[in-house]
Structures are given as structure tokens and as C-alpha cells.
Ligand binder design. Structure first.
Ligand code: CU
Length: 443
């Protein structure tokens, strides 16, 4: 197999200087989209739907498959997913940068709602290079300026999990993400033209548990609201200490992780000391270029710092379907997560989300969720400790304008409606409507 860097990826040597800052990257000249000069292991990669710049002959970070399959942590998405961000080469390294910054006005309705103006962001730089005949070494850094929004995050009805001050839980609020969301490295070793073994280590990193995390899922990444099922599905995406090992064979991947079960604390700008006290395993199958399916199981030691005596077992299953058509892309994810608190309740969460991007200008997105919650009324004599089933539906739209070759400026909005038991009307009102208006810059 030809080293990936020579295999038709575009070479823009001088862009090395652009690598550090994604805003600088936006100003870089748009690299020409090169045709693949050869297709190593073409039979092993499903080339049917390859679209997007640079992906055509690139191998994935974890094995001999199309690079477009790689998503957050060691998770997979459909091979037909469009390449994100900006790709370029520097020496033996193939690099990719992506990011966005949202400026948001948030209005959550009803008596428990609140308003807030804040910004939310993510910037990511990934690189990989061949090592010897069969090895691939990868590095990944992902950061966020979310800590600037304040330790108590932003108002989001029915979102629970983590803490702002170390003493009270965040309820009806989404926690900010940490400054360092992922600092990780991978090494994969190709056994045959179809199979490989790999290791992944991160501080912080994402263990093999759940679907691709929401800010990287094509079906939901443009919705500025975190899913209220985040802590049922993908809340482990920032974990201070992760070691994963896995095996890839064709369309299949099996992997297991040891990781720190504790969620990040309220200090969002530090790097917490690693621990490996929790375990997970995940089986992923991409049956066609347009599908990615996973099921996973995890045992989390003491995830919540406010209830350290409670452990959690989690099972998830999800499927993502991606359909590129003309210069458009439509992605849909269904996911189920079951939290089994020990001691405590067994709680199910369901998510269905979909997003279609038309001509890189119009983004329509929607998300429906349903979750059994027991943290909304902590300490209440009537509803405290009960499992209450809450449903939420969100619909939104973004209009993007191209600023430079890689940078888009967008204006968007999202509206939310809910359903919940009438016993909650006193706290949440009979019929609240929430929403966000936002502007964004996106690579
Ligand atoms: Cu999160």
C-alpha cells in the first residue's frame, strides 16, 4: 500500500503555518480538490459514495477503510459521510481541521425556563501519518471555548447531569464542555488489506461507548442545543483517562475500553488526573456505505461527583443512515440508551434526529427525544425520586453564506416543544415553548 500522503490527497505545503488556528485556516487559499491518482486497497474500501475533498484514497485512522468513516473518538459513521473541515498535507502528515463558533440567544419557556446569551464553540485538529509499511499513527486535539459561558452552562429544559459548583446538580441546564475536549493518539497496524488492530489513548478522550457524540454526528451537529438524552448516550465523550484496543475486519469493528467513569468536574479549564476504573465494549457494523450501526455496553464507576455512591451500567444501540444526493447530504440517527443506576432506577432514553444540507447553504434539522428522568425534582416531597417520562421535539433551520473558500457565516433558529405528565405542569407550566436564535462561523 502506498503511503497515504502520496495517494492523491492534495498537498498544500505552505498551509502548515495555518494549522494552529482555525480562524487562520479559514483564510487559507482553497486547495484544489485532487483526483485520486491511485486507489490502494480499493477493493477493501467501498468507493461507491466517496465524495468530499481529499477523502478518496485516504485510509482511516484505525484500519484499511475509507477515512470518511472515522468520527469522534474511535466511533464510526457511514462511509458516505461528506468530509468535514479543511484537509491538507504537511510532510508525511495528513491533517484536517474543523470547527465552529456559535453566538446564541437562548430562551427557555415556562416557570423553570430562563434566557441567556452565550457562545459555544469547538475547534479540532487531526493528523495522521504512515509508520513503516503497515502502521498508521494519529494525533487529535479538540478544544472548546465553552468555559467562557460560565460554570452553570446554559438554560435547557429537562437537561440534567454534572455540576456548576460542586454542591448542586445542574437541572434544566446544559453543562459547558471542557476547554480540552480531546487530546488523543491512535496507532493502528494493518494485518491484511481488510483487517487491523488498533490502540487509542486520550487525556481527555472518548471511550468505546455510545454513538458518535452529538457535536460530530452529521444528523445533529448543526443544532446548537445539546440533546437532553446526552447522559443516556454519549456523555462519556470527555473522559479524563481512556485506553481503547480494538480489531477491524472489513465492515466490522470490535473494541473495548478502560476509562475514568467520573464525569468532568466543575473546573472546565484544567486537565484532571486520569483513572481507569470503568469499562466498556462496542461492536460496530457498517453494512453499506450509507449505514453505520453500533451497540455498546459500559460499566461506569461513580460517574456523578454529587452522588459518588451510585455506579451506572449503560447499554446503547444506534443506527445512522446517510444519503448524499447531488451536492446535498441527508443524515439521520436513531439511538437508544439505557442507564441502570446502581443503586437506583433503570432509565431509558430515545433519540431520533435528522439533518439535511442543501447546496451547502440551507440546513434543515429536527430532533425528537424521550427520556425517563429522575433528577428533575430532587428533594421534592411529591415528585422527588419518581421516574417521569419527558418528550421533546426540536425543529430548526440555518442559512449559510460563504465568507471565504472554507468559512461559512450562518444565521439560524430552533424551536422546541415538550410533552410530560400533567403532574409536572405546576413546575414547568402547561405548554412551554423554547428556542434559540444564533449566528455562527463554521469551517
Ligand atoms: Cu458533553
Amino acid at each position: 500500500m502506498m503511503p497515504a500522503a502520496e495517494a492523491g490527497f492534495f498537498h498544500v505545503g505552505k498551509t502548515v503555518s495555518c494549522a494552529a488556528l482555525f480562524l487562520l485556516l479559514a483564510a487559507c487559499p482553497k486547495p484544489a480538490v485532487a483526483q485520486a491518482t491511485s486507489a490502494p486497497d480499493a477493493d477493501a474500501m467501498n468507493m461507491a459514495h466517496m465524495n468530499g475533498a481529499g477523502g478518496a484514497a485516504m485510509q482511516g485512522a484505525l484500519g484499511p477503510y475509507a477515512m470518511t468513516r472515522d468520527a469522534s473518538g474511535t466511533s464510526w459513521q457511514p462511509d458516505s459521510s461528506p468530509a468535514q473541515g479543511v484537509s491538507f498535507a504537511a510532510g508525511d502528515w495528513d491533517l484536517m481541521a474543523e470547527g465552529y463558533i456559535n453566538g446564541i440567544y437562548d430562551v427557555q419557556g415556562g416557570p423553570r425556563g430562563a434566557n441567556k446569551t452565550f457562545s459555544q464553540s469547538m475547534g479540532m485538529l487531526m493528523g495522521q501519518r504512515p509508520v513503516g509499511e503497515r502502521g498508521t499513527w494519529g494525533l487529535r486535539a479538540m478544544m472548546s471555548l465553552d468555559p467562557l459561558m460560565g460554570a452553570n452552562g446554559y438554560p435547557l429544559l429537562f437537561a440534567t447531569g454534572e455540576t456548576a459548583n460542586g454542591s448542586t446538580p445542574l437541572v434544566d441546564r446544559q453543562h459547558p464542555h471542557d476547554l480540552f475536549m480531546e487530546l488523543a493518539t491512535t496507532y493502528s497496524y494493518r494485518l491484511t488489506d481488510k483487517s487491523s488492530v488498533f490502540v487509542y489513548g486520550g487525556l481527555p478522550g472518548e471511550p468505546a461507548l455510545g454513538p458518535t457524540t452529538f457535536m460530530h454526528r452529521l444528523s445533529g451537529m448543526d443544532n446548537p442545543e445539546a440533546p437532553i438524552t446526552h447522559h443516556w448516550l454519549d456523555s462519556t465523550h470527555i473522559t479524563y483517562g481512556v485506553l481503547t484496543g480494538g480489531y477491524v475486519h472489513g465492515q466490522w469493528k470490535i473494541e473495548a475500553s478502560a476509562f475514568n467513569g467520573r464525569e468532568p468536574d466543575q473546573y472546565r479549564s484544567d486537565i484532571e488526573s486520569p483513572k481507569l476504573d470503568s469499562y466498556s465494549a462496542r461492536l460496530t457494523y457498517n453494512p453499506t456505505a450509507d449505514w453505520s450501526l453500533q451497540t455498546s455496553w459500559g460499566s461506569l464507576h461513580s460517574p456523578e461527583q454529587l452522588t459518588p455512591g451510585v455506579n451506572e451500567h449503560r447499554v446503547t444501540a444506534s443506527g445512522t443512515y446517510n444519503l448524499p444526493f447531488d451536492d446535498n447530504n441527508w443524515a439521520t440517527t436513531f439511538a437508544w440508551g439505557r442507564k441502570m443506576n446502581d443503586p437506583g432506577h433503570t432509565l431509558d432514553g430515545f433519540l431520533l434526529e435528522s439533518e439535511v444540507v442543501l447546496h451547502d447553504k440551507h440546513t434543515f434539522f429536527a430532533r425528537a427525544e424521550r427520556a425517563g428522568e429522575d433528577e428533575l425534582f430532587d428533594g421534592s416531597p411529591t415528585l422527588g425520586g419518581q421516574v417521569l417520562t419527558v418528550s421533546k421535539i426540536s425543529v430548526g433551520y440555518i442559512r449559510d453564506f460563504h465568507v471565504t473558500g472554507h468559512l461559512k457565516f450562518g444565521v439560524g433558529g430552533v424551536v422546541d416543544r415538550y410533552a410530560y405528565p400533567a403532574s409536572m405542569d405546576g413546575a414547568y407550566g402547561a405548554n412551554p415553548t423554547s428556542g434559540m436564535m444564533f449566528v455562527r462561523l463554521k469551517l
